[in-house]
Design a protein around this ligand. Sequence first.
Ligand SMILES: [Zn+2]
Length: 335
Amino acid sequence: MVWDAIFGRRELVHTLQEAVRQGKTTHAYLFSGPEGIGKKTVAGALAAALNCLYPELAGCGSCPSCLAAGKRNHPDIHWLGPEGKSVKLDQIRAVKKYAHLKPRQGKFQVFIIEQADTMTLEAANSLLKVLEEPPAGTVIILLASRPGDLPETVCSRCQHYPVGRLDQDSTVEFLRYHGLEAAADTAREILLWAEGIPGLMLQLADKTSRTAQAKKAAAFLAGLPGLAAISGLAAQLAEEENLPALLDTVTLVLRDLLLLHTVTHDGMMLSGGDRELLAQLADKWPPAACRRALQLLLGLQADLARPVNTRLLLEKALRDLKEVIAHAESCGDPL
Ligand SMILES: [Zn+2]
């Protein structure tokens, strides 16, 4: 079945599969959730199911249509995404042109627009016209990590399904599917590190890479108080291959530091980092400073998700963080 590639999220799968089976699908869907959550997998399964040669199965996974959909070469399933930093008017015009044609092979023409939240206003307005008067036999699927950036008029014409995170059981299944047998403890650690996002789990499945990342994050926090070359570090971080993952780990270490301040027993550290190093860090980072730094980092992560000048944002964030640690003793309210 094409749905087998989606782990967990059973309610969503059931709803979509039943809609296809009963011929009750709508003309526009919006799937939202963070990068790596599986929006493309869900959209791909729905598109395949809509055109499956066995309607009673709604996505058998083995008929010629499902196979072509899986290889992304089905003539009626069209994928598009940002050209440069945004989805542009010309691309939506092309969608509109094709949307009025009959499907070539299947029952539905499906247009999957990745990162639809990057659509320019002109593109969104143009798409709105198709959503208002949908051509028969056409389904438009929008994918967005920031659905709030889409105009309300567009959202309200789509059936909106947030794609949820994996739970512990589906994490184990997901890892096993990718050839990684994980004990319950390890699966839980990977789940927490990846925050339930399957796309991140594969990157973080290896313990060595988690430990190395935690050390890097701890070193970053340890170096902040004496940091002189803020611009240099900002430029270096801007080039970091996986900056979002590093920032996630820094927040994980900060959470661990807060735990160290509040509990004394072992076994609760999520970052997997060196406990001695964490204890040294905890001396420099009192609870109030940890909390303020967490707020700053969460804001930075949200800002970085937009098309912005990464280096300048990082420079500002580093200055703010240095300020926090410089006033660590005075900025604090007690826990
Ligand atoms: Zn099929």
